[in-house]
Design a protein around this ligand. Structure first.
Ligand code: ADP
Length: 373
């Protein structure tokens, strides 16, 4: 490291040590709360503040003060502070180096096809759809993996009833997926407490996602996967962009509820995938209606997602009604499609899965070549 970088590091350390650790009363550096300090030549600074488990809230103010103090220093262009609150730390995601060049998109080893399930908003049933579509692919005879990248609210541990099972590292230092209900699965929630994940800021979430993509062995000593389903975090932000740069997605499935507010976001989501050249395999309308003794009630409106998909020029994959048993099976830790193989709702999931596959095959078809002779 050259002297000016070293001088900048020292200045940063001094500035951080001038901020008090609320627990010991010492400076942050002296108290050992600052980790992973990275300083790049172009003025990028990344560091972690390590709070004891359960103290994340109290340390949010410390993080903000630290960020402000470092930003005020000369020669600092950009500061990323990651607040971590680890009880114990297996596979701690590392902060990305600010100078890290964007990597070329590369396929995931031993995975034939990657499909993402996305939504513009939380709470529309994206994870429920991802899990049951994965189960539907498996029921169709495909070797299927499921990767929960919803760093801000990983739900796979609950949806699959994983309990306290933890993934293990192989001799190659790659994580092995956990087998559950015939699926090979991995979730940020298997590694860190989901409540800790909620406090991650952008850079931390992005680096956790990178790790999940790069450091999981999906088929190394097993037969390769036919398909890997990704459960993306809601929204259209950094994590989705990171993905688009990292792996060539075969397509995205967008989940929405029928109401107008949700649909404006869906249009934005479709645009984001367009911009990143990821084919939208189609839109799924979840919570489309509730079956009552008096007939179907369209609680959130009727057919909005289909109209939005049509207007945006992307396929519509199908509707899923509100079904109490679907929520119950989610809470019970068995995917609905597996627990209820002959249910009409399972048939809907399978139809959607088949339509998505067909659209992926269409999207993958090379453009016709025109030859002049
Ligand atoms: P998201 O991943 O979009 O945040 P979830 O999949 O976690 O949403 O679903 C939110 C809640 O709604 C969960 O309790 C889930 O069980 C329930 N849910 C999702 N889809 C349906 C549906 N079609 N019928 C009944 N409950 C549903």
């Amino acid at each position: 490291m050259n002297t000016s970088l070293q001088a900048r590091r020292d200045a940063i350390s001094r500035a951080l040590d001038a901020i008090k650790d609320p627990l010991s009363g010492n400076g942050l550096v002296t108290a050992g709360r600052v980790g992973n300090l990275l300083v790049s030549a172009d003025g990028g600074v990344v560091f972690a503040i390590e709070a004891p488990a359960g103290e994340a809230q109290r340390f949010a103010a410390v993080r903000d003060a630290a960020e402000a103090a470092v930003r005020a220093l000369e020669g600092v262009a950009k500061v990323t502070v990651v607040l971590t609150a680890h009880a114990e730390g297996p596979a701690k995601p590392h902060a990305p180096h600010p100078n890290q060049p964007p990597r070329q998109a590369q396929g995931i080893p031993h995975v034939a096809m990657v499909v993402a399930v996305a939504s513009a908003k939380g709470g529309v049933g994206k994870s429920t759809v991802a899990v049951n579509l994965a189960a539907a692919f498996a029921a169709m005879g495909m070797r299927t993996g499921l990767l929960d990248l919803d760093v801000y609210g990983p739900s796979l541990p609950t949806l699959l009833g994983i309990g306290g099972r933890k993934p293990v590292f192989g001799p190659d230092k790659m994580l092995r997926p956990i087998e559950a209900h015939g699926l090979r699965t991995m979730s940020i929630g298997y590694i860190v407490d989901p409540e800790q994940a909620m406090i991650w800021r952008g850079a931390m979430a992005t680096s956790a996602v990178r790790q999940m993509i790069d450091e999981v062995a999906w088929g190394h000593e097993l037969a390769p996967l036919d398909i890997l389903v990704l459960d993306l975090p809601p929204g259209t932000g950094d994590v989705q962009l990171t993905l688009a740069q990292r792996i060539p997605l075969d397509g995205a499935i967008v989940v929405s509820t029928p109401q107008e507010m949700a649909l404006a976001d869906v249009r934005r989501g479709i645009m984001m995938f367009d911009k990143t050249h990821i084919p939208v395999l189609g839109v799924v309308e979840n919570m489309a209606w509730l079956e009552t003794p008096a007939g179907r009630v369209h609680i959130f409106g009727d057919g909005g997602a289909r109209r939005t998909a049509t207007a945006a020029g992307v396929p519509f994959l199908g509707e899923l009604p509100i079904e109490v048993a679907l929520r119950e099976s989610a809470d019970a830790g068995t995917p609905f499609v597996i627990a209820n193989p002959d249910h009409p709702l399972t048939a809907r999931f399978k139809d959607i899965a088949a339509a998505a596959l067909a659209n992926a095959a269409l999207a993958a078809k090379p453009a016709p070549t025109i030859r002049f002779e």
